[in-house]
Ligand binder design. Structure first.
Ligand code: MSP
Length: 516
């Protein structure tokens, strides 16, 4: 393959979930956001016109309660917490194009508009909800969930409350068949494949109409013709993905970016994105997103992360302690994207020492060091290409081909393995070619060809690591003395072999990564 994504210039819209502002960000939030950032950066690298959205989910009973407990107004709490998210995304080098807050006017307008459209379709009616509600997850508890709940040990049970109130309902029951048909016709809608079954099973069991307004509290977007009701926070929140791309007023932007190419979400919120969201959109006569990717959860030494257990990991601290790129690399390399995994400082250290400092860092510093020493810090010109050099070229192109297909499959850890295999191969090429011996024996032509080959490998490596560890990628790019900016590099062209120009001024400088 080797060509990356062919649809040059075509739009690509990627989103993170919007985060609740009842609490400060933790590594779970950082994970979803970094994973989305990797895709946004990769698609940019492939020449796509990317729009990348994140933001905050600021309405609902949970936030109203947390604010009350803290003696604050909900908006005051949101205003305080939102900066923690915005600052964290800057620190973690997140390349979002917009940051949406659901308390913004543009969003209230969008929610009211989709509500009206669905109402006009005849899919909204007034009734009464009586049942259980999980405030922490802002979720109505179905009968099956209630049965499961009763089986749980008391300590692990979510706190649920009995609710009985007037409510507007969405005729979700009408969408059982259309949804099943939709899943069957759009095999890429729910990813990974192994998460699809649970969604299909849930829908097959028959959908009940969904309560989409609440009357027992007031922190939300009022129903436009009945302000005793505020709109259910998930109906409100999901709409953010459309608000940010111009719904309902900016047709040009909306047509360009909607439907979203990919919503990244955690497995806990897959049902909202893969069942309710497409049903709302079908009812409103709007296109449904192409893919919802549900990733797994991080545990801390085998335990669920929770405030009460006191084991919540602060992403600011990890980034400060290990470095932003180490953190980004670790999260995506440690576990196959989609599955659950365990977070520990020991595993971070292992990856830093083995793969970042030793593998990539060592390759860069020994290579650049030799060019400084043997070639007056200028990339030399190659002459006769030997089979060993050609082997490196073939390996590079094969690695790139595997990398592109793994990135398209959103198999991040596999894409990283592809890159690191090639790093290992290049390190071995250096050992085998022993440039120090060529230098000592005065074999200048051969030395130049070998060092040029190594520089070209480093150029390709700095491009493919860009989505994952962008700061290190930029740094390596500048150490290679590249004249054009990294941001102007577009695959597949930039992935051709042999583009590094002899004469580039290289500098070894500080290590990319230090051992711990
Ligand atoms: N506000 C909703 C999303 C609305 S999207 C229209 C919400 N917010 S959240 O702040 O609770 O969670 C946001 C994301 O963080 C989810 O994708 C969730 O899966 C993820 N994580 C929260 N804890 C996590 C871990 N321990 N591990 C990995 N991700 C986890 O849900």
């Amino acid at each position: 393959m080797q060509q990356g994504d062919q649809k040059l210039g075509k739009s690509f819209y990627v989103t993170t979930p919007i985060y609740y502002v009842n609490d400060v960000p933790h590594i779970g939030h950082a994970y979803t956001t970094i994973a989305s950032d990797v895709m946004a950066r990769y698609k940019k690298l492939c020449g796509r016109d990317v729009y990348f959205l994140t933001g905050t989910d600021e309405h609902g009973q949970k936030i109203e309660r947390t604010a009350k407990e803290a003696g604050k107004e909900p908006l005051q709490l949101a205003d305080e917490v939102v900066v923690r998210f915005q600052e964290l995304w800057k620190v973690l080098n997140i390349s979002n194009d917009d940051f949406i807050r659901t308390t913004e006017e543009r969003h209230k307008k969008a929610v009211t508009q989709i509500f009206k459209t669905i109402e006009a379709k005849g899919d909204i009616y007034l009734g009464e909800y009586e049942g259980w509600y999980d405030v922490r997850n802002e979720a109505y508890i179905t009968e099956t969930q209630y049965e499961e709940y009763l089986q749980m040990p008391e300590l692990k049970r979510p706190v649920i409350e009995k609710v009985k109130e007037e409510s507007y309902f969405f005729r979700l029951s009408r969408y059982t068949e259309p949804l099943l048909e939709f899943y069957a016709n759009n095999p890429d809608f729910i990813k990974p494949e192994y998460r699809k079954n649970e969604v299909v099973k849930f829908v097959e069991s028959g959908l009940k109409d969904l309560s989409i307004s609440r009357t027992s509290f007031s922190w939300g977007i009022p129903v436009y013709h009945n302000s005793r009701h505020v709109i259910y926070v998930w109906f409100d929140a999901l709409t953010n993905y459309m608000t940010a791309v111009g719904y309902p007023d900016d047709d040009e932007m909306f047509t360009k970016y909607w439907p979203a190419d990919i919503h990244f979400v955690g497995k806990d919120i897959l049902r909202f994105h893969a069942v309710f969201w497409p049903a709302f959109l079908m009812s409103a006569g709007l296109p449904v997103p192409k893919t919802v990717f549900a990733h797994g959860w991080w545990t801390i030494e085998g335990e669920k992360m929770s405030k009460s257990l006191g084991n919540v990991i602060d992403p600011y601290k990890i980034a400060e302690e290990f470095g932003v790129d180490v953190f980004r690399y670790f999260l995506l390399r440690e576990i196959p994207f989609g599955q659950d995994g365990d977070f520990s400082r020991e595993s971070i250290k292992g990856r830093v020492n083995g793969e970042l400092a030793n593998g990539l860092g060592n390759l860069a510093s020994r290579s650049l060091g030799m060019i400084e020493k043997y070639c007056s810090a200028k990339v030399p010109s190659p002459s006769t290409i030997n089979p060993e050099d050609d082997d490196i070229r073939r390996h590079a192109l094969k690695a790139l081909e595997n990398y592109n297909s793994h990135m398209e499959e959103i198999a991040y850890s596999k894409a990283l393995v592809d890159i690191w295999d090639f790093i290992g191969f290049t390190n071995k090429y250096i050992d085998d070619m022993a440039p120090w011996a060529l230098y000592k024996n005065g074999e200048t032509d051969r030395l130049d060809t070998v060092l040029w080959t190594i520089s070209e490998s480093l150029r390709l490596i700095s491009i493919v690591i860009y989505p994952f560890i962008p700061a290190s990628s930029e740094l390596l790019w500048s150490k290679l003395g590249m004249k054009s900016g990294l941001s102007s590099q577009v695959l597949p062209d930039a992935g051709k072999w042999g583009l590094i120009t002899p004469g580039n001024n290289v500098s070894k400088g500080d290590n990319l990564f230090n051992r711990i």
